[in-house]
Design a protein around this ligand. Structure first.
Ligand code: KIV
Ligand code: ZN
Length: 517
């Protein structure tokens, strides 16, 4: 357990790259994972759960690459309760300066039925697997999956078995988002009180948001003595998601009077992390999302606007700059140079390498030629677009020309680079987007079904950039793609291709059996 001086320190365990990536459609490429991991490491996240190494070759490589990259954070990989999973996990995380193996088994009656282990058999399995993990690594996290629906006496017994076998962190997952704050606190208090050896381990809380209480449940667990919160950026995760990192970090800051705990996270990097994860996962942040939603600091009513102008504290419990959000303003024009762009992007939280900056600069100049006013949000869309388009190289848009209007049929002439070779086609359709998507399908035949097609204007005005999101489904695999352009049809084509590039990555991945939630 932490020393007395550290009693107020809560560890932040980010699982965006593992539980977050399990959101249907949120598959990320290795380079995207590395970019997120680098940011999490820089912003002071204590533990990064980088993936599930046995899930696929791609997952294994990504965890190993994150392990090699991290400077400060502990790098953790997930493993089921069997020796092969644990060995594979260790193979991936052992490259880290500070590795951790996280192994789990479903302990509730429903899960015991699935694994066909009786209570005693499961205790033996826990002992065998945790001891094996501990022989490989001295930092072991163990989780009784579905802990909140596990009989309390049995929960104490499995936790005791894991501690005896060498676990150093005990995580208590509310796997199906079933618990409520007072129960979440009571479970942690009970384990700390009843389990022998509880004083030697860190207790963690892992909450899902099915009833909208993930953040409240995590904070209640901390009040009862948990000192590690498992969370994800933007609350990404299975079903309704996980506890949102930005919510717990800011709640502990803003209400430190009632919750006297601190994290090591630099909150001014939150906005950047939120934007990056939204882009690479293809899950846009809902406008009214706490902390990072577009409207979180927007004041619409006259009374509120007046109050905020006189004294921001009237209607704001935190300042936009506390999470790294610069005030929206008119920033740049077509005469702005590279240095000004670099400075502005730095202010927005983006530190770009020279080649990335060059790419964004070319796009910025082209945008400034087409659009009178370039806002912060336009620049964010440009940077994110460049991140996404750089991610998958198999399909690349070379040229698109559409004919549309009242006299049909709408036509799309498309040149696509497919695996390094340019191919061209003309297709007609019911509208310019339909014609474009048909053309893509002719050049790259596939069976994926379009599940969602969404267009958002980045700023106001008819010359605004459009951000397009596309979600595709193929044999149960769901992938998304996003892109921005002042031309909505071009943005649509790029988003469709981004989704297909993700599908190509995803086809190589399979989820292991026995991981039902
Ligand atoms: O929700 C859950 O139970 C999990 C475990 C693997 C920790 O994600
Ligand atoms: Zn989970």
């Amino acid at each position: 357990m932490t020393s007395a001086a550290e009693q107020d320190r809560v560890l932040i365990f980010d699982t965006t790259l593992r539980d977050g990536e399990q959101s249907p459609g949120a598959t990320m490429t290795q380079s995207e994972k590395l970019e997120i991991a680098q940011l999490l490491d820089e912003m002071g996240v204590d533990i990064i759960e980088a993936g599930f190494p046995i899930a696929s070759e791609g997952d294994f490589e990504a965890v190993a690459a994150v392990a090699r990259l991290a400077e400060r954070a502990v790098i953790c990989g997930l493993a089921r309760a069997n020796l092969a999973d644990i060995d594979r996990c260790w193979e991936a995380v052992r490259h880290a300066r500070r590795p951790r193996i996280h192994t789990f088994i479903g302990t509730s009656p429903l899960h015991r039925e699935i694994t066909r282990l009786d209570p005693e058999g499961m205790l033996a399995q826990i002992h065998r697997t945790v001891s094996h993990a501990r022989n490989l690594c001295d930092n072991i996290q163990w989780s009784p999956m579905d802990a909140t629906r596990t009989e309390r006496d049995y929960l104490c017994r499995v936790v005791e078995a894991a501690i005896r076998a060498g676990a150093t962190t005990i995580n208590v997952p509310d796997t199906v988002g079933y618990t409520v704050p007072r129960e979440s606190a009571a479970i942690i208090a009970m384990l700390r009180e009843r389990v022998p050896g509880a004083g030697d381990v860190v207790f963690a809380t892992h909450c899902h948001n099915d009833l909208g209480m993930a953040t409240a449940n995590a904070l209640a667990a901390v009040d009862a003595g948990a000192r590690q919160i498992e969370c994800t950026i933007n609350g990404l995760g299975e079903r309704a998601g996980n506890t949102a990192l930005e919510e717990v970090v800011m709640a502990l800051k803003v209400r430190n009077d009632l919750m006297p705990y601190r994290t090591g996270v630099d909150a001014t990097r939150i906005m950047k992390a939120s934007r990056l994860v939204a882009t690479v996962s293809g899950f846009p942040v809902q406008f009214n999302k706490a902390i990072v939603g577009k409207n979180a600091f927007a004041h619409e009513s006259g009374i509120h606007q007046d109050g905020v102008l006189k004294n921001a504290a009237t209607f704001e419990i935190m300042r936009p700059e506390d999470i790294g959000l610069a005030a929206t303003n008119l920033v740049m024009g077509k005469h702005s140079g590279r240095a000004a762009l670099r400075a502005k992007l730095r202010e927005l939280g983006y530190e770009l390498a020279d080649n990335q900056l060059n790419d964004v600069f070319v796009r910025f100049k082209s945008l400034a030629d087409r659009k009178k006013e370039v806002y912060d949000d336009d620049l964010v869309a440009l940077v994110q677009d460049s991140v996404v388009q750089g991610a998958g190289e198999h399909l690349l848009l070379r040229r698109l020309r559409v004919v549309c209007g009242t006299e049909g049929p709408q036509t799309a002439e498309l040149t696509l680079r497919v695996a390094g070779e340019d191919r061209q086609v003309t297709a007609t359709g019911d509208g310019p987007v339909d014609a474009t998507f048909r053309a893509v399908k002719m050049l790259f035949p596939h069976a994926a079904r379009l599940q969602l097609y969404q267009v958002h204007a980045v700023t106001e005005g008819t010359d605004a950039q459009a951000t397009v999101s596309v979600r595709l489904e193929e044999e149960g695999k769901i992938v998304t793609g996003q892109a921005a352009d002042t031309d909505t049809v071009v943005a649509s084509a790029k988003a469709y291709l981004a989704a297909l590039n993700n599908l190509i990555v995803r086809r190589a991945k399979t989820r292991p059996e026995g991981f039902a939630v």
